[in-house]
Design a protein around this ligand. Structure first.
Ligand SMILES: [Ca+2]
Length: 255
């Protein structure tokens, strides 16, 4: 008999329970300095490299830093699942989700996992996290949008990994006090759009609510009903007509 499948949400929470990013600096080669380097621990190794002038700080722009955290998260997931009956696919960089997981290890799927980063500002975050784009795949979950691995509606579960950190402009790594919160996306959703020019669905803003999964909705259905309501006034996205054509063509090709 095979083992019962794992629950992806619990599995991710356990994997990242005590995690803090291990990316600490950029390293450059080609500088003067003697090799080999001997060090008793990571801190000594890093300060030795820093003294030699081999280290550059991580980028301080939040999107760039998020990208580094995402790279490490995906690497950890890959390593933890090595040899298991599971397929991990990375999504496009301007698309949803960051990665998907499918296979018997997690009871089928596919499951969508998206990684979001935010900086503390007191008891809140500096800006509302954009959870989904509202007027494309979210509003039309059965349409094949370019860049996506599959339609939004095909996912069994949609999980958000939220990385919260304090921005530290003077540290090489630019962060401190990292907290990770992992929830189904709807559980941390709010009722406001994070941008007046782009068409996103926003999260709640309080750190305690993000960490505790205390969003604005009582149920997943209430979340979808609210954000798919005509009252949200989503503008028509030009990609929708193209995606409809593509779907029609796909249907025609099928015998
Ligand atoms: Ca992301």
């Amino acid at each position: 008999m095979s083992a019962p499948p794992h629950d992806l949400l619990s599995w991710l929470r356990e994997l990242f329970a005590d995690w803090t990013p291990n990316v600490r600096a950029l390293i450059r080669v080609g500088e003067d300095g003697s090799l080999p380097i001997t060090a008793d621990d990571d801190e000594e190794f890093l300060s030795d490299l820093e003294r030699k002038g081999w280290l550059l700080p991580l980028p301080d722009e939040s999107a760039a830093l998020s990208n580094l955290f995402e790279t490490e998260i995906l690497d950890i997931v890959h390593n933890a699942l090595d040899g298991e009956d599971v397929t991990i696919r990375k999504g496009g960089s301007r698309s949803y989700p960051d990665f998907e997981i499918e296979g018997a290890f997690f009871g089928g799927g596919p499951h969508a996992v998206d990684i979001k980063c935010a900086r503390y500002s007191g008891k809140s975050v500096t800006s509302t996290i954009a959870l989904y784009t509202g007027n494309t795949y979210f509003l039309f979950p059965d349409l094949p949008f370019p860049g996506m691995l599959r339609t939004f509606g095909e996912y069994d579960t949609r999980i958000a990994i939220i990385i919260l950190y304090n921005y530290e402009p003077d540290l090489l790594e630019r962060f401190s006090n990292v907290q990770v919160a992992i929830h189904p996306v709807w559980r941390i959703a709010g009722k406001t759009k994070p941008s007046s020019t782009r068409h996103y669905i926003g999260s709640v803003n309080k750190v305690a609510d993000l960490v505790g999964g205390k969003g604005a909705f009582e149920s997943e259905q209430a979340f979808y009903d609210y954000w798919r309501s005509a009252q949200r006034g989503w503008p028509v996205n030009p990609g929708v007509a193209k995606a409809k054509k593509k779907l029609a063509a796909l249907k025609k090709d099928k015998p």
